[in-house]
Ligand binder design. Structure first.
Ligand code: 2AM
Ligand code: CA
Ligand code: CA
Ligand code: CA
Length: 254
């Protein structure tokens, strides 16, 4: 079964994150931005994933965050991979990062796997077959936001979005019990999928941040759209809003 094979590959690569030599985790700056980091482990995990995943499905395209050129996922099978989601956390040894792998067919997610090696939590979903964490079915929360938690990503690396992010965050803060910020979009999406929080938003993410997690949320019964409404788009960066069944996010759109 391809799902089990992907899970096995991701689990093995999770071990690379846990075993990383902290003295070797020197961060380089990406795209000339001081808060945009990459380490040799981002590249090493991605290379290991590429080898393992293309052995499982040699016909598939491979799209990874640290890849220089991004192939199209529009036709056929493709893997959309974030080797370490939460690189800043990894560099800080904050112990909140994940591996995110989606498999798509003709541009639609068929399989999503997100692994948090620090908690040994393996989240996965197959389209139409429900969502699971470590073998147990998971479901989103039914609670209204007033009895819930808001998760957000600050999109701090897109300066033009910061004012809007914090304006929306304030709206959520006033309507929920409290707010949380993990630093990993993939973990945030799985936190919604597992019913541990009620609403998550971030104003700009890349496809590898949400390709797997968004399928897991939907298969857990939740909703994933853009913040402004409309479908998320796996071919480019977009905003992401994920909710359980009890949270009404319409206040974010006025
Ligand atoms: P990353 O760690 O894989 O880069 C945090 O708000 C979320 O945004 C993380 O999932 C992080 O993924 C993602 N992100 C995307 N671009 C980023 C950047 N330039 N700097 C920091 N986080 C970024
Ligand atoms: Ca990421
Ligand atoms: Ca990453
Ligand atoms: Ca990154």
């Amino acid at each position: 079964m391809i799902l089990e094979q992907i899970i096995q590959a991701v689990r093995e690569c999770g071990e690379m994150i846990l075993q990383a030599d902290r003295t070797q985790a020197a961060a380089e700056i990406k795209d000339g931005q001081s808060n945009n980091l990459v380490t040799k482990y981002d590249r090493a995990v991605q290379e290991a994933l590429r080898d393992k995943l293309l052995e499982i499905a040699p016909q598939a395209h491979f799209v990874g965050e640290e890849e220089d050129v991004h192939e199209s996922i529009a036709r056929g099978d493709a893997f959309v991979v974030d080797p370490i989601d939460g690189t800043t956390n990894f560099v800080k040894d904050y112990k909140c990062s994940a591996i995110s792998v989606a498999m798509t067919h003709d541009g639609t997610q068929e399989i999503g796997v997100v692994y948090n090696p620090y908690l040994d939590e393996m989240f996965y979903a197959q389209r139409g077959k429900g969502a699971f964490c470590n073998g147990k079915p998971i479901h989103v929360s039914e609670k209204p936001l007033q009895q819930g938690l808001t998760l957000f990503g600050s999109a701090s690396y897109y300066k033009e979005l910061v004012d809007d992010s914090f304006r929306l965050l304030r709206l959520c803060f006033d309507r929920s019990m409290d707010i949380r910020r993990s630093g990993s979009a993939a973990i945030d999406l799985c936190t919604i999928a597992a019913g541990r929080a009620e609403l998550y938003f971030e104003l700009r993410l890349q496809p590898w941040d949400y390709a797997a997690g968004s399928l897991i949320v939907r298969e857990a019964g939740g909703s994933v759209t853009r913040v402004e409404g409309g479908e998320i788009d796996l071919t480019k960066a977009c905003s992401v809003l994920a909710t359980g069944t009890g949270a009404d996010p319409s206040f974010l759109r006025v």
